[in-house]
Design a protein around this ligand. Structure first.
Ligand code: MLT
Length: 212
């Protein structure tokens, strides 16, 4: 399959081992498809990596959906972009012959927010997720069924962009939907440190790779 066959600019790195999971890497504002490849490798050195670039530009910086201000989302665009990304994921899963039951999102900031939106609007598409500095993307009247879906939420106690209560709200929303939440509070801010990547890796190894 060729890059140009899919409508998101992206990187695909095949798995190092048959049967390994796929990590869907979703970058933060101003990032691109190359940004999280090293992080993906640190989380699982055997996994296939699928890393799209967000299509929305904010002053030239790629994002996965529009926002009206920092932390204030354009809800309609978020929903539409979530469906569009879900379409890409399905195409890529077929095109690259990936196991749809072993697809895990790893998102940072804006990428974590669209990953949370994917979990809520397309339950079953992701087998689980690592959400680094995520916010609650929106409220839902009817919760999806995410029974047993493992989600690792890593939040910063002094994050200037994501208030702690917002993280708690997201954890609660996902928990109510049946997801298995691990909420990991870090002392730092919006940035991700090495220790945290290690913590995400151990969680992934224990929760997911261990099932292989
Ligand atoms: C968002 O817009 O998704 C959040 O404010 C985080 C970010 O700045 O990317």
């Amino acid at each position: 399959m060729n890059q140009n066959d899919l409508d998101f600019v992206h990187r695909f790195v095949p798995a190092e081992e048959p049967g390994a999971p796929t990590l869907l890497l979703l970058h933060g504002t101003g990032g691109n498809e190359d940004d999280l490849l090293p992080l993906g490798r640190m989380i699982d050195e055997r996994a296939a990596l699928l890393s799209p670039r967000g299509k929305v530009l904010e002053h030239g910086m790629p994002r996965f959906f529009r926002r009206l201000a920092e932390g204030v989302f354009d809800h309609e665009d978020l929903v539409n972009r979530t469906h569009e990304l879900a379409g890409f994921i399905k195409q890529a899963t077929n095109g690259y012959d990936l196991d749809p039951g072993r697809l895990y999102a790893v998102g940072f900031s804006n990428g974590a927010n669209i990953a949370a939106s994917l979990l809520l609007l397309h339950p079953g598409l992701l087998a689980g997720a690592i959400l680094l500095r995520a916010m609650t993307p929106f409220k839902l009247e009817t919760l999806p069924d995410l029974t047993g879906t493992p989600v690792y939420l890593a939040a910063g106690r002094s994050d200037q962009m994501v208030p702690p209560e917002d993280t708690e709200r997201l954890a609660e929303l996902l928990r109510e939907a049946g997801a298995e939440i691990t909420l990991d509070w870090q002392p730092g801010g919006h940035g991700i440190g090495r220790a945290e990547v290690e913590a995400a890796r151990s969680w992934f190894t224990k929760e997911i790779s261990g099932l292989r």
